[in-house]
Ligand binder design. Structure first.
Ligand SMILES: [Zn+2]
Length: 117
């Protein structure tokens, strides 16, 4: 049980989606990203497995999550870049995002880029 709680802590609470000219929108990652499921209750989401891959450029963390509403599994893939290029143009520019989050289905098929964390 303790391990499962730890897995939950590996998942950022929110991701940010860039909206053209309107800044960033914050979305909760406590939801099921599978088709035809509208589960947004974190009590019905159970992270059960974690995989970490690391290469010289990035760390890729996959958190496997069971959705107790649709009874399917999905994967949150969190990519953290190790070296983030800094903009030299202007101090005012927002720093580049460090992490990108994707949703995958149980077979590893990409459901899409969710946002940044
Ligand atoms: Zn679901």
């Amino acid at each position: 049980m303790v391990e499962k709680e730890d897995l939950r802590l590996e998942i950022p609470s929110y991701a940010y989606i860039a909206l053209a000219r309107r800044g960033m929108e914050k979305i909760s990652l406590d939801q099921c990203f599978l088709n035809e499921c509208d589960n947004q209750d974190s009590n019905l989401l159970e992270p059960f497995k974690k995989e970490i891959q690391e290469d010289e450029k990035k760390i890729t963390k996959k958190i496997y999550i069971k959705c107790k509403k649709c009874n399917r599994n999905f994967i949150l893939k969190l990519e953290t870049l190790k070296y983030v290029a800094k903009s030299t143009k202007s101090e005012k520019e927002e720093p580049l995002s460090m992490g990108i989050v994707y949703a995958l289905d149980e077979d590893g098929k990409n459901l899409g880029h969710i946002g940044y964390f």
